[in-house]
Write a protein that binds this ligand. Structure first.
Ligand code: SAH
Ligand code: SF4
Length: 435
């Protein structure tokens, strides 16, 4: 989500005539797009800002901006803490960067953190890839997970309309993009704020409906979406993914804990039984699907037994990849105030145990690719070997292969290629083109 916001802001700057500087400490405008999901992400920005604030003393023309979730969370106190800042802007204001910079030009220090109806993105993002694009479909989050800062910094859910999303994807297709990833903090909530129900009384604009609605856009070969919430992940959605050929067999569905009582304390609204049922149904319809997730260890009050249940779930499901994190208390969240916080050494120990299990399981999962032919969308030349292309399988595995096949045909980014997998590593595969 942050990458998508950064690309949009970079696009606005480019249109305003800015060019990317060679070096962070030479630029005459610096914008940090920040994350506050955990404390260590937040702390990074302060160290970056310290260096830039010093530079501004010698070079007063320097424009210094903090955007994103730290900006939203800290607001005015950030301006007090770093008086050299010109602009502090929350994530809902990303599309307003030009207007806000014009205000800065008049010599004001600007704070833009008020809750906003996000204006439809009319800007052209400067995208890092020319093959794969992020497409926001819903902003914000209305859940109230007790550990999470997102709802307080990204605001209420706001779905973009299906025609606006379709138009953006059609434009992407016309400029050569092949893959889109639909984005939302809780993408399964898509459409619940939009009007319309079917004659049977069902909400009309769900994520499933959106997938059908955008599926046939010519030129787009692949569709992905993230992040899914087990509470709202429907069988209808799973069936649609199995039926629609462009929707890739990769599902990112965070479970957060393997213990029902902890899930309850987290206010996640589902039980592990439901989670397993979802994965079971996915695997029934799409046996090759890859499953990835997020999990938090050492949530307040988590006993050793409860932690073991997270390990057991990882053991049982066999995730292709797992983002693991130790619980980090966040401002304005209920769990941060609870007295039963877990000591740092236990956090580290649990994280270490979990990570080593994750690695073992990921390797086990990878073995299934050996000698198999996978469809890979070439995205780029391998920067470490110019004779090779790199891309991802439908299941989102990074894959390297030679640019030229055994008949002398050469391939380029944007091509869909059949690759026979030869080598397997923890995070990537290598192979040769199969004719
Ligand atoms: N909307 C997604 C996740 C958004 S945040 C969902 O509901 O699953 C991305 C991940 O950061 C979360 O899945 C969670 O695992 C982690 N995270 C969020 N708050 C955290 C906290 N306070 N401490 C540690 N990890 C956290
Ligand atoms: Fe945070 Fe995700 Fe829960 Fe929303 S659904 S509060 S983004 S963890």
């Amino acid at each position: 989500m942050n990458k998508a916001d950064s690309e949009r802001m970079a696009g606005i700057l480019e249109r305003m005539g800015y060019k990317q500087a060679e070096e962070e400490l030479q630029a005459d405008l610096v914008l940090y797009n920040t994350c506050t999901i955990r404390d260590n992400a937040e702390q990074k920005v302060y160290s970056y800002l310290g260096r830039q604030a010093l530079r501004k003393k010698l070079f007063p023309q320097l424009k210094l901006i903090v955007a994103g979730c730290v900006a939203q969370q800290e607001g005015e106190s950030l301006l007090r803490r770093v008086p050299e800042l010109d602009l502090v802007m929350g994530p809902q204001h990303a599309n307003r960067l030009e207007t806000l910079l014009n205000k800065v030009e008049t010599g004001q220090q600007v704070l833009a953190t008020e809750e906003l109806y996000i204006i439809e993105d009319l800007t052209t993002a400067r995208r890092d890839s020319s093959i794969c694009a992020w497409v926001n479909v819903i902003y914000g989050c209305n859940e109230r997970c007790t550990y999470c800062v997102v709802p307080s910094v990204r605001g209420k859910e706001q779905s973009r309309t299906p025609p606006a999303i379709k138009r953006e994807i059609e434009n992407l297709a016309n400029t050569g993009f092949k893959e889109v990833t639909l984005l939302g903090q809780n993408i399964d909530a898509y459409g619940r704020d939009l009007p319309g129900t079917t004659p049977q009384g069902r909400k009309k604009n769900t994520l499933t409906d959106l997938l059908y609605y955008i599926h046939d856009i010519e030129g787009i070969e692949r569709i992905r979406f993230a992040t899914s919430h087990p509470r709202y992940f429907t069988s209808r959605l799973i069936e649609a993914c199995a039926e629609l050929p462009k929707v890739c067999e990769h599902f990112h569905i965070p479970f957060q804990s393997g213990d029902d009582e902890i899930l309850n304390q987290m206010r996640r609204g589902y039980k592990i039984k439901t989670y397993k049922k979802i994965i079971g149904r996915i695997r029934e319809l799409m046996p090759n699907a890859s499953i990835t997730a997020d999990v938090i260890v050492a949530f307040p009050g988590e006993t050793n037994e409860q932690f073991q249940r997270s390990l057991s779930l990882v053991e049982e499901i066999g995730f292709d990849q797992l983002n693991t994190a130790a619980y980090s208390p966040r401002p304005n969240t209920p769990a941060a105030l609870w007295p039963n916080q877990i000591p740092e050494e236990i956090k580290i120990e649990r994280l270490r145990k979990l990570n080593s299990l994750v690695e073992i399981k990921a390797k086990e999962r990878n073995v299934r690719y050996k000698d198999r032919v996978e469809e890979v969308l070439a995205e780029n030349t391998n920067p470490k070997d110019k004779q090779q292309l790199m891309g991802r399988t439908r299941t989102n595995r990074l894959t390297f292969f030679p640019k030229v096949d055994n008949q002398g045909n050469s391939y380029k980014p944007g091509d869909l290629v059949k690759v026979r997998v030869k080598d397997i590593r923890a995070f990537s595969l290598s192979g040769v083109i199969e004719n």
